[in-house]
Design a protein around this ligand. Structure first.
Ligand SMILES: Cc1ncc(COP(=O)(O)O)c(C=O)c1O
Length: 421
């Protein structure tokens, strides 16, 4: 007898589908907006010029002539695609050069390149962990980390975002689980832009015999003297067992990597299904990432890191002065503070965040909107982010527009969080 249940039935009347329909009808959908130019500080979007404060092109390298030439050279030499996996027919000398240079940059024995950062997390966690292990993840970790943990069928023990007391208690419990333990955290959290307290996390891992993996998607190419990420900035590179990164942000391309010991990385090469059973990154993507990495590792790198971080501080302060609720600069082990290129404005209510987004968009500023589950319920954010290539005049203009939109919004809807009345 055929089943009475249609697997598609759950789509009809799904809460998200209804929200999407309502937002589309009112032209309030902040997602899938059409970009009509490169991701520069000012972009063409849907027929108008808008200040881009919603890109992860932190170093502004996606339009750099050297990076574009890297992509073009690879395209000319190898064609448009590899039509197969790294295992069978998709490994180029470019992949191997990139892996060697990534390992040198990270200061590790080895590195492996995946087709995306998402696959790097899924392919690493899903391979190294098994059902007899325990994985401990920060509740703010990226979705790809959670996907890798779920795939592995290891016992997943999440802990409250950046709460070291909770991590410690979770580690205590995990030692009774009887298997190996891996702690995995984002170095820079992708929505709030705050950093993990890595020295204390590493110390707890060492105390309980756990391994530590850090996702440096937003830290690599920005933080630390070499731009090697949060672990470098906090002086704990040698205390992190695995460091993951992506090419889709500072490295101006598409792809991902994991760096660690030769033993572990080589194991991933032969066992990781997200590496073995998918097509290799296309030549142009690999050529662009390699060219971007070479700029990052040149004398120019530190200038770019300083510029993007300076812009982040400037925007963070400017938004604070206007009266928005921003994430405070984060304390570092040496007593200084850091503002990462992710500079969120806390709004709280989902619809208020969407209305504000629309008014900013109409005023010529594009930002991202983060709603639950990307943030905790009631924690809606306007996620703004800066590039090294934003100049002060552009940021000032964006701030003026933020101020005007805020005033008009509050006249109509009442005060926003953090607002000084
Ligand atoms: C923290 C974090 N990890 C992993 C990823 C996945 O990277 P990719 O875009 O290369 O798939 C992202 C991208 O959004 C991210 O923010």
């Amino acid at each position: 007898m055929p089943t009475a249940t249609d697997v598609f039935a759950k789509i009809r009347g799904h809460e998200r589908v209804e929200q999407l329909r309502a937002a589309r009808e009112a032209d309030l959908l902040p997602y899938f907006r059409r970009l009509e130019s490169p991701a520069a500080p000012v972009v063409e979007m849907e027929g108008a010029e808008r200040i881009m404060l919603g890109s992860n092109n932190y170093l502004g390298l996606t339009g750099d002539p050297r990076v574009m030439q890297g992509a073009r050279d690879a395209l000319e030499r190898y064609g448009t695609g590899l039509t197969g996996s790294r295992l069978l027919n998709g490994t180029l000398d470019l992949h191997l050069e990139l892996e060697a240079e990534l390992a040198a940059w990270m200061g590790t024995e080895d590195a492996i390149v995946f087709t995306t950062g998402h696959q790097a997390n899924v392919g690493t966690l899903g391979t190294l962990l098994g059902p007899s292990d325990t994985v401990i993840a920060d509740s703010g970790d990226h979705a790809s980390i959670l996907d890798g943990c779920l795939l592995s069928r290891a016992k997943l023990r999440p802990f409250r975002h950046n709460r070291l007391d909770r991590l410690e208690r979770t580690l205590e419990k995990a030692t009774d689980d009887g298997g190996g333990i891996l702690v995995v955290v984002d170095g820079v959290f992708s929505m709030e832009g705050d950093v993990a307290p890595l020295p204390q996390v590493a110390e707890l891992c060492e105390r309980f015999g756990a391994r530590l993996m850090v996702d440096e998607a937003h830290g690599a190419g920005v933080l630390g003297a070499r731009g090697a990420g949060t672990a470098e900035l906090m002086g704990v590179e040698d205390r992190c067992d695995l460091r993951m990164g992506t090419f889709s942000k500072s490295l101006a391309s598409c792809g991902g990597f994991v760096a660690g010991t030769h033993e572990v990385i080589d194991f991933l090469r032969i066992q990781s299904r997200a590496f073995l059973f998918t097509a290799a990154g296309v030549p142009a993507a690999v050529g662009a990432a390699l060219a971007a990495l070479r700029i990052i590792r040149s004398e120019e790198g530190p200038e770019l890191f300083a510029r993007v971080l300076d812009n982040a501080v400037y925007l963070n302060r400017g938004l604070h002065e206007i009266g928005f609720h921003v994430v405070e600069p984060q304390p570092l082990p040496d007593g200084s503070t850091v503002v990462t290129p992710i500079v969120p404005v806390v709004v709280g209510d989902d619809w208020k965040a969407v209305f504000l987004w629309r008014q900013l968009y109409d005023a010529g500023v594009f930002v991202n909107v983060a709603l639950h589950p990307a943030v905790p319920p009631g924690g809606a954010l306007l996620r703004t982010s800066v590039m090294a290539t934003h100049d002060r005049a552009t940021l000032d203009l964006a701030l003026q527009r933020f101020a005007a939109v805020k005033a008009a919004f509050e006249d109509e809807h009442g005060p926003l969080p953090g607002s000084r009345q």
